[in-house]
Design a protein. Structure first.
Length: 342
């Protein structure tokens, strides 16, 4: 059934297809007499699917990665499809439009996506309003970043503002310094800045009545030395762990013609070309982090085998995005059943 819908969606501009899909889903879920039409697309979670981690009872180890629900507009609908948790954002203190369009591209031959969205979001205040309808049993992560207009020397202030603003409305928080689509953002992955940022955020957390987990999301393009140093930084820090990984700026081994890829321009590549790289980084990080820290594996999970390999490499939880675009809700069911059988 999704294959028919996919054929139509893939005939549209990717960003328009995204808005069409989520609005259609919201419409069907808002009408009680139409909800039965969603049953074929839903994965019903069982008690055995739940997983306790970081003081949170996740209904499933499979979540939706940040970037899909940037503004906390449709986490209800995504959870109804069968995701165990949804990570919203990236959220910045002030609203921003993101980069000029077109900024989202499909590489169908590669089952991949290039995006240079640029943290387009409605801003902290509106996202908080959207999260106020969150139900207690819904597990939502909040991915936070800095505004494009904020210079790097002031970046710490943006992270603190967004961290404090969203804290009471999410179950865990993710520090995003790894998107390739905000100029200079990846420069913040230096150990010197990260040590300072993670300590400051933990200090802010200690002021709260409830302790919530903090994770760091990293890029897959770090050189070996920088990657290892960043892992050691996290290991020695008070935060709970890492998300591995964000999109890549690499373009090696693609089936799509070089000319077509060049025409698409800059941006982060996600999907199948990222599968093995992100899994290897999970494996490498686990060796450094030991068992004390959490790893959420993300990047190139296109089927149940990819999901299981992330878990086997050392991921505690996993997230999908591009795989969901290409495979549809059936991928949720496929991965959930596979994890259940293990």
């Amino acid at each position: 059934m999704y294959s028919i819908l996919k054929a139509y969606l893939f005939s549209l501009d990717p960003e328009k297809a995204h808005h069409f899909t989520v609005n259609l889903l919201k419409f069907f879920t808002s009408k009680s007499y139409l909800k039965f039409l969603l049953i074929p697309f839903q994965t019903k979670l069982q008690e055995k699917d739940s997983y306790n981690l970081m003081g949170i009872s996740f209904p499933s180890r499979l979540g939706l990665a940040a970037g899909f629900d940037k503004n906390a507009d449709f986490y209800d609908e995504m959870l109804e499809l069968g995701f165990g948790f949804v990570e919203i954002g990236t959220v910045t203190p002030l609203p921003q439009d993101g980069n000029p369009k077109p900024r989202l591209f499909r590489l169908v031959e590669d089952q991949a996506i290039i995006n240079r969205m640029g943290f387009n979001n409605v801003g902290l205040d509106q996202v908080v309003k959207n999260l106020k309808s969150k139900k207690p049993n819904q597990i939502i992560g909040g991915n936070i970043g800095k505004n494009k207009i904020t210079p790097n020397e002031k970046a710490l202030d943006d992270y603190v503002v967004t961290f404090n603003g969203i804290y009471d409305f999410v179950d865990y928080l993710v520090v995003n310094v790894s998107s390739p689509n905000t100029p200079g953002l990846r420069d913040l992955q230096s150990v010197a800045f990260m040590e300072k940022l993670l300590i400051v955020l933990d200090q802010e957390r200690q002021k709260k009545s409830t302790k919530k987990p903090i994770l760091l999301k990293i890029a897959p393009d770090l050189n070996e030395t920088d990657f290892q140093e960043l892992c050691v930084c996290v290991k020695n820090s008070p935060i709970e762990g890492m998300i591995i990984s964000n999109t890549t700026i690499g373009r090696k081994g693609l089936k799509t013609s070089k000319e077509m890829v060049e025409d698409m321009g800059a941006g982060g590549l996600s999907g199948a070309p990222l599968t093995h790289l992100s899994t290897q980084l999970v494996r490498d990080a686990r060796k450094i982090l030991g068992t004390e820290k959490v790893i959420i594996g993300s990047g190139g999970i296109m089927n149940a085998k990819d999901a299981q390999e992330k878990i086997n490499a050392g991921a505690d939880l996993i997230q999908i995005y591009s795989g969901f675009i290409y495979q549809g809700p059936a991928l949720i069911r496929e991965i959930t059943k596979a994890l259940r059988s293990h």
